[in-house]
Design a binder for this molecule. Structure first.
Ligand code: GLN
Length: 466
C-alpha cells in the first residue's frame, strides 16, 4: 500500500478537507469503536492540535509531512495530563506528569494524538485480553483476538481509526498484533528510540516502534522518533532511513532462516507451507538462501520469560500505592501494600511478579536468573555469527494461527509458547519488522543491529514478489 501519511498530507495541502474535519471523522470512529481498542479518546488535545494545523494551512504556510496526521498511542506512554493506565486497575485514574520523548517528538512534528490505546496490562500478554478495559477484538474477524500486547494500536491502524500508532515491543508486542491484523509493525534496534516515558516492563528488551499500513510510513515515523536522548542512557545514534534506498531493489543480500523454527511439531502446517513458499519466491528472485541452526523455541521462550519476569517484578515493585495509583488502605502499611497490589494487578501480572521474585530470590537466583543471563549471551553470540553469514533472517511471526477470543486466557503456558518466534530477536536487541503477508500471521524480516534500512528495503522487495 502507498504511504497513507503522504496521501493525507497532499490532501490537507490541496485543501480537500481540513485537519479538523479529518480529526472529527476519526474521533467519531474511535468513540463508536467496534473493537474495544481504546482506553481514552484524546478529543480536546486532538482538536486543539488540528486547529493549529488548519490555521497554518489557511495562512498559506508550509506544513511538515507529519503535521495534521492522526496517530494512536499505546496506553503505556506518558502524555502529560492524560490518563496512562497500562490497562490496569492500579493506574486507571493515574494522569501523566510529563510526556514520553518519542511521543513528544511526534507532537513537535505536528502529528495529532487521538487516543490512548487498549493493550495487555503492563505489556503482559499476547492477545490484549489481559486488560481491565475488556478484550480487544481483531480488526479483520471480531471473533478472534487482536494479538498483544499492543492489540489496540494494531486494530486502530487496521481499521483506519488512526493513520499510525505507537506500540511497545518487549517480546513481540508490536510484531505479533501487526501480523494478526495484517499491517506492518517494526520493533527497532534496542536503544534507537528513547524509552523515557514508556512504562517499563522488561527494561533490557523494551522498545518503542510504529504500526502502520505501509513501509514508507514506518520509515517516516522512525526517522522522527529515533535519536539519542539524555533522559535514556541506553539510546544510540542512528542514521536516517532513506526512502529512495528502501524503494530500490536490494542487491547482494544473503538471506537465512532458522531450520528448527520450521521443522518442528509446534508449527501449524499451513503456516509452514506458506513460509516455505515465500522462501522459494526469494530463491526464484535470485537471492542466496541459507538454512541456519538456532536455539529451539522452548529455550528461547524460557530464557525470555525468566528474564522478563525478573525485570518486571523489579520494575513494578514501585507500584505499591505510595506514589502512584489506586491505594487501598488497610490495618497497617504492610497490609496496605498487600491489598493495594493484590486487588489492583491482574492475574497474569501477579503471575509474573511472583515468578520474577522467585527467579531473583536468594538461593535461586544463581540457578535461574544467572542461567538466563548466560543463555542470553549465547543467543546474542549466535546472532552475531549468523549475521556474519547472512544479511536478513526471515521467519514466521507465530507458530500458530490467530486464536479465538477466550482461548488464550485459559492457558498461559500455551500463550508463552506462542511467542516462540518473536522473543529471540528481542533478547538479541535486533531490529525486526512484521510484514502483513507470507503467512496467515505475517512474516518477520530481521537484520543485524541498526540495519533498519536494509530490513525495510528487503520488505519492500518481498511486498512486490509476494
Ligand atoms: N507476549 C510477550 C509477553 O507477554 C511479549 C509482550 C510484549 O512485547 N510487551 O511478555
Amino acid at each position: 500500500m502507498e504511504s497513507q501519511i503522504q496521501k493525507i498530507h497532499n490532501q490537507l495541502v490541496a485543501k480537500e478537507f481540513t485537519c479538523t474535519e479529518l480529526v472529527k471523522e476519526k474521533l467519531a470512529l474511535l468513540k463508536e469503536n467496534k473493537y474495544n481498542s481504546v482506553n481514552t479518546v484524546l478529543e480536546d488535545l486532538a482538536l486543539e492540535a488540528a486547529a493549529k494545523v488548519d490555521a497554518k494551512i489557511s495562512k498559506g504556510e508550509e506544513i511538515g509531512l507529519l503535521e495534521g496526521i492522526p496517530f494512536g498511542i499505546k496506553d503505556v506512554y506518558m502524555v502529560q495530563g492524560t490518563y496512562t493506565s497500562a490497562s490496569s486497575d492500579l493506574l486507571k485514574k493515574y494522569k501523566s506528569a510529563y510526556t514520553a520523548t518519542a511521543i513528544q517528538k511526534l507532537l513537535d512534528a505536528g502529528a495529532i494524538p487521538m487516543a490512548k490505546e487498549n493493550c495487555d496490562s503492563f505489556g503482559h500478554g499476547s492477545s490484549s485480553e489481559n486488560t481491565v478495559f475488556g478484550s480487544v477484538k481483531n480488526a479483520i474477524d471480531t471473533s478472534l483476538v487482536a494479538g498483544g500486547s499492543s492489540g489496540g494500536s494494531a486494530v486502530n491502524v487496521a481499521a483506519d481509526y488512526t493513520v499510525f500508532s505507537i506500540g511497545g515491543d518487549t517480546g513481540g508486542s508490536i510484531r505479533q498484533p501487526a501480523g494478526y491484523n495484517k499491517i506492518y509493525g517494526l520493533k527497532p534496534t534496542y536503544g534507537r528510540v528513547s524509552r523515557y516515558g514508556l512504562m517499563a516492563y522488561a527494561s533490557s528488551t523494551d522498545t518503542v516502534g510504529p504500526l502502520a499500513k505501509s513501509i514508507e510510513d514506518v520509515a517516516i515515523v522512525m526517522n522522527v522518533m529515533s535519536g539519542k536522548d539524555p533522559k535514556d542512557q541506553t539510546t544510540i545514534l542512528s542514521e536516517e532511513i532513506k526512502q529512495n534506498i528502501v524503494a530500490s531493489k536490494p542487491e547482494g543480500i544473503k538471506v537465512g532462516y532458522f531450520k528448527n523454527f520450521i521443522e518442528n511439531d509446534a508449527i501449524d502446517p499451513k503456516i509452514k507451507a506458506d513460509f516455505i513458499a515465500t522462501i522459494e519466491k526469494v530463491k526464484a528472485a535470485g537471492y542466496e538462501v541459507q538454512e541456519l541452526d538456532f536455539f529451539n523455541a522452548d529455550t528461547l521462550v524460557s530464557t525470555y520469560y525468566t528474564l522478563a519476569m525478573a525485570e518486571t517484578a523489579s520494575n513494578l515493585s514501585r507500584l505499591d500505592g505510595t506514589n502512584y495509583g489506586n491505594r487501598i488502605e488497610d490495618k497497617n502499611l504492610k497490609e496496605t501494600y498487600m491489598v493495594t497490589r493484590s486487588e489492583n494487578f491482574t492475574e497474569e501480572t501477579k503471575r509474573r511478579i511472583v515468578g520474577g521474585n522467585q527467579v531473583l530470590s536468594q538461593g535461586f537466583s544463581d540457578a535461574i536468573y544467572l542461567k538466563g543471563q548466560e543463555l542470553r549471551n549465547e543467543i546474542e553470540a549466535a546472532f552475531e555469527a549468523d549475521f556474519n553469514k547472512v544479511d536478513i533472517i526471515l521467519s514466521p511471526v507465530t507458530p500458530g494461527p490467530v486464536p479465538k477470543i477466550g482461548e488464550v486466557l485459559s492457558n498461559p503456558h500455551a500463550m508463552y509458547l506462542s511467542d516462540a518466534y518473536t522473543v529471540g530477536f528481542s533478547l538479541g536487541q535486533l531490529p525486526t519488522l512484521t510484514c502483513p503477508f507470507g503467512t496467515e500471521t505475517g512474516i518477520q524480516v530481521t537484520g543485524a543491529k541498526n540495519k533498519e534500512q536494509t530490513i525495510l528495503q528487503f520488505a519492500n522487495f518481498l511486498n512486490q514478489v509476494k
